[in-house]
Ligand binder design. Structure first.
Ligand code: 13P
Length: 255
C-alpha cells in the first residue's frame, strides 16, 4: 500500500521569515492529519529554517534541486549532503522549469537522483510533456524517454524508494488541470513502464504524484484515481489555508 504524499513546491517565492511564518501556522493546521506524507519545498535559503520550524512534526522538507558533485569549485551549486544536513529529507529533481529555463537533461536528472539517494534524500523526479508534444501525440514517448534515461542504471530498490511526479507542462501555473482521466492514463502508463523495466514489486511501491494546477477543489477527484498517489502543488501551496485543504482532501479521497 502506497502512502499518499502531498508536496508544496514554493518555487522562487517566500523569504526566510515568510517561509518560517507559514511553516509555524501550517504545522498546527495539519497536526492531526495521519496517513499522508506532507512536504514543503522552500528555496535553498529557507530549507534549514523551515526544517527547524517543522522538526518533530508530521511535515517534512524538500529542496527544489541539488547538484550531483559532493563538493568543489561549482559556484552557485548546492550538494545533496548539504541540503540533507540542513534538514531536507526530499529533493525535487528535473522540474520542467529547470529543464526549460536551465537546460537540464535526462542525463543530468539521472546524476542528481544518484547523488540525492547517496545522501539519503528521497528524490521527487518530475516528468511531463509540453502542450506541443501532447498535440503531436508524443506524450507517452516523451514520458518513456524521461523515465528510461532519467532512471537509467538504478536498481529496482532505488526506483521503489523514489517518487515520480507527472507534471504536464501545459497544466503548470495555467489553471488548466489535466482531467482525472488524463492523469490516470499517464500514471498508469508510467507504472506499466516501471513494471516492465524494474519489476512488479517496484511498480507497486513507487509513488507517482500528479502536478499542474492542483487546487482544493480538484484534489479529491485526482487523488481518487488508482495510480495517483498524491500531488505536487505549486501556486496553491503558497497559502496556508488552501494547502491545508489540499492535504485534508487528499486524505478523505483515499480512505
Ligand atoms: P501549479 O500548481 O502552480 O500549476 O504548479 C505546479 C508545479 O509546477 C509544482 O511543481
Amino acid at each position: 500500500m502506497r502512502t499518499p504524499l502531498i508536496a508544496g513546491n514554493w518555487k522562487m517565492y517566500k523569504t526566510v521569515s515568510e517561509a518560517v511564518a507559514f511553516a509555524k501556522e501550517f504545522r498546527s493546521v495539519v497536526k492531526d492529519v495521519s496517513g499522508v506524507d506532507i512536504v514543503l519545498a522552500p528555496t535553498f535559503t529557507a530549507v534549514h529554517a523551515v526544517a527547524e520550524a517543522v522538526r518533530a512534526t508530521n511535515v517534512a522538507v524538500a529542496a527544489q534541486d541539488v547538484y550531483w558533485e559532493k563538493e568543489g569549485a561549482f559556484t552557485g551549486e548546492v550538494s545533496a549532503s548539504m541540503v540533507r544536513e540542513a534538514g531536507a529529507e526530499y529533493v525535487i529533481i528535473g522540474h520542467s522549469e529547470r529543464r526549460r529555463l536551465f537546460g537540464e537533461t535526462d542525463v543530468m536528472v539521472n546524476r542528481k537522483i544518484r547523488a540525492a539517494q547517496g545522501a539519503d534524500l528521497t528524490p521527487i523526479v518530475c516528468v511531463g510533456e509540453t502542450l506541443e508534444e501532447r498535440e503531436a501525440g508524443a506524450t507517452l514517448a516523451v514520458l518513456d524517454r524521461q523515465i528510461k534515461d532519467g532512471l537509467d542504471g538504478l536498481t529496482p530498490e532505488q526506483v521503489a524508494a523514489l517518487v515520480i511526479a507527472y507534471e504536464p507542462v501545459w497544466a503548470i501555473g495555467t489553471g488548466r488541470t489535466a482531467t482525472a482521466a488524463q492523469a490516470q492514463d499517464a500514471h498508469a502508463h508510467i507504472r506499466g513502464r516501471l513494471r516492465q523495466w524494474f519489476g512488479a514489486d517496484t511498480a507497486e511501491q513507487t509513488r507517482i504524484l500528479y502536478g499542474g494546477s492542483v487546487k482544493p477543489d480538484n484534489t479529491a477527484e485526482l487523488v481518487r484515481e488508482a495510480d495517483v498517489d498524491g500531488a505536487l502543488v505549486g501556486g496553491a501551496s503558497l497559502d496556508v489555508k488552501s494547502f491545508g485543504e489540499i492535504v485534508t482532501k487528499s486524505r478523505q479521497a483515499v480512505v
